[in-house]
Structures are given as C-alpha cells and as structure tokens.
Write a protein that binds this ligand. Structure first.
Ligand code: GYE
Length: 334
C-alpha cells in the first residue's frame, strides 16, 4: 500500500499549507441562514464526525486546534469530535457511533495502519464518505475512503537521514532511535526513510531502536534506558519533537550536554522543538505541518458537492537547522 501511495503521490497534487504560504482558504459559510443559527437552520450544516488519535504531542494539539478552528458553524459545519487516547478500539467505537448517528462525513487520523477494513466497509455500506487525515491505512481497497491528506513520512525520514549522513556521519557515529507509536504510519515510514537514506553510509550505526509512543515522558524513559545500556551514543534520531525533548531531559540528568555530547535530530518542528533547536539542544528538525483544517474544509465541501477529489493529497514540509529556526520562530504558528 505504501509503495502504491508513493507511486501515486508523484502524480498527485502537492498542497502547501499555511506555514509555507499558499493555504487553501476555507470556503464561505454554506448559507446566510447558517450564520444566523436557529433550530431550523441546523439542518443546513454538514455534520462531520472526527476521530482524533489522542493528545500525545505538541503536533497533535496544533492539529486538533486547526480542525476545530476551521470546521466551525460559521464555515457550515457541525463538528462531532472525539479523542481516542491512542487506542484503535476507541477509534473504531467512535466511527461506529458516527455511522449510527448518520453523520454526513467521517474524518479520522488512524492511530495505526492496519485493521480498518471492517469498519470502513460499514461506513461505505451506510453511504458515509470517509476522509483520512494525517495518517494512512494499509487497506488494499482504496474505494473505502475518499482521499488521504497528510505529509510524506518516508520523505521526512529521508530528509533527516540525508542531513545526518552529510553533516554528522563524516566519521563513525552510533545512533539510537526513538520510534513513534508502534504500527503507526509515521513510525513505520520515518524509520524506513531514515534507514534508506543512511544505508549507503557505513559510518552510520543504529545501535538501539525502541518506541517512545510519540510522548515526551516515554521519550525520556526510553532515553534513560539507552543511556544506561550504552556509554557511546553520538546521536538520537527521534520520530517527533516531543520524544526528542524528553531525551534532552534524560541527557541533561545524566550530566551530558544535548546538542553537543549527544546530537539530536527530530521531526515535526513545533514551537518547543524549534526553541530547543534555536538554543542548540537539538541539531536539526524536519517539519511536519499539522495545520490540516483549511484543506479538510475544502475537501469535505468538494465531497459534499460530488466533485472529484485527488486520492492522495501530499502536504509539503520544510526542514530547519539552528539558524533557520531562529529566523522562523517569531512567526511560527504552532
Ligand atoms: O509527528 C507526532 C504525532 O501523525 C504526523 O503524530 C503525526 C505524528 C506527529 O504524535 O508528533
């Protein structure tokens, strides 16, 4: 499926979101009546059930805010939002309840890639279109959803790996990896991208790799374990900023200097991560843009109007070193 998506992605639209300029603006409210509210007018709103992964990271908080700020009554939506606390069974339950309620559209960010076919078939049988945001599913049947909008996570891992290979691995380095949530698209793809971009550099040796579940606290705990087991770590590659920030705490507690004694490369580029990069505690960050709300508005309006929507919409990401982070920080939206 990922291979299929990667091939397909080449031929598909590349959307540049707010942080990079060129945002797709949300459309005008559906009707004047909606803006005035009132019971009779509620029927004009597009009812959207959104099942969010959880509240595990700064990225997720920014993503949730973007969804909630854009799928508003003023923009013509009645948003039903639920937080799955990083549990697939909670998401399946939420989606089933949206189907039972007969919402107009279901959107969700799947916590893991596999195991979605049954519930997506139920949505299809009920005639409810599904939009995947942020994370992919590994279903073979792409008629089960309208589109998948989100970043190219393999590319993000490759960007991180290329920077490491060119800037740090000019001599042998020992790398520890803090993986995202096991089975999630970003964890699988970022690992794959980093490994493929560093594969032909014999100086890069990954000595340990473990999940920190995309959270700061688990990133810290796993890093403490790595530091106890290895006294020769040169680099942490963390699949998101929050785990990198947790690793900073563990490194400092061990009496070492993050960014110097142990280098750190992460993905996301949320404000806290960018601040640590500006402060020299992180060395490089690949961006993952969480501001999907405006484009989700656009996609849902098209789906409701019966217009054609691309099967894969790729969000474009930048990357930052210390100098670029200092420059970008004052205008950073998330
Ligand atoms: O990188 C991480 C979050 O799915 C892209 O999930 C998202 C990832 C993001 O927890 O911080």
């Amino acid at each position: 499926m990922r291979r299929k998506l990667a091939v397909a992605a080449a031929a598909m639209a590349v959307l540049t979101l707010a942080a990079c300029g060129g945002t797709t603006e949300p459309e005008e409210p559906a009707t004047e009546d909606v803006a005035e509210g009132g019971d009779a007018m509620e029927g004009d709103l597009v009812v959207v059930g959104f099942s969010q992964v959880g509240a595990e990271s700064g990225w997720r908080a920014a993503n949730t805010k973007s969804i909630q700020d854009n799928l508003t009554k003023e923009n013509g939506f009645d948003l039903k939002f639920s937080d799955a606390q990083q549990k697939q069974e909670n998401q399946i339950q939420a989606i089933r309840s949206y189907i039972a309620q007969g919402v107009d559209v279901i959107a969700f960010s799947p916590v893991v890639e596999s195991g979605w076919d049954a519930v997506l078939e139920e949505a299809k049988a009920a005639g409810i279109p599904v939009v995947l945001t942020d994370r992919a599913v590994d279903s073979q049947d792409d008629t089960l959803y309208e589109t998948f909008i989100g970043s190219d996570f393999v590319l993000e891992g490759e960007m991180a790996g290329e920077w490491v290979s060119e800037n740090l691995a000019t001599e042998p380095i020992k790398v520890v990896e803090l993986q995202g949530t096991t089975g999630s698209a970003p964890a699988i793809d970022r690992k794959e991208g980093f490994e493929s971009a560093t594969a032909d550099n014999p100086n890069v040796e990954i000595i340990a790799s473990q999940t920190g579940n995309f959270t700061r606290s688990e990133g810290k705990t796993v890093m403490e374990g790595f530091l106890q087991a290895h006294d020769d770590i040169d680099l942490v590659f963390a699949h998101n900023d929050d785990m990198g920030l947790g690793a900073i705490e563990a490194i400092e507690a061990a009496g070492l200097v993050p960014g110097e004694d142990i280098k750190i490369v992460t993905i996301d580029a949320v404000k806290d991560g960018m601040q640590a990069l500006a402060d020299g505690k992180i060395n490089y960050i690949v961006e993952c843009n969480p501001l999907l709300g405006p484009d989700l508005v656009d996609i849902i309006n098209k789906v409701m109007a019966g217009d054609e929507v691309e099967k894969r919409i790729v969000v474009k990401d930048l990357a930052f070193d210390q100098e670029a982070a200092i420059e970008a920080l004052p205008d950073r939206q998330y």
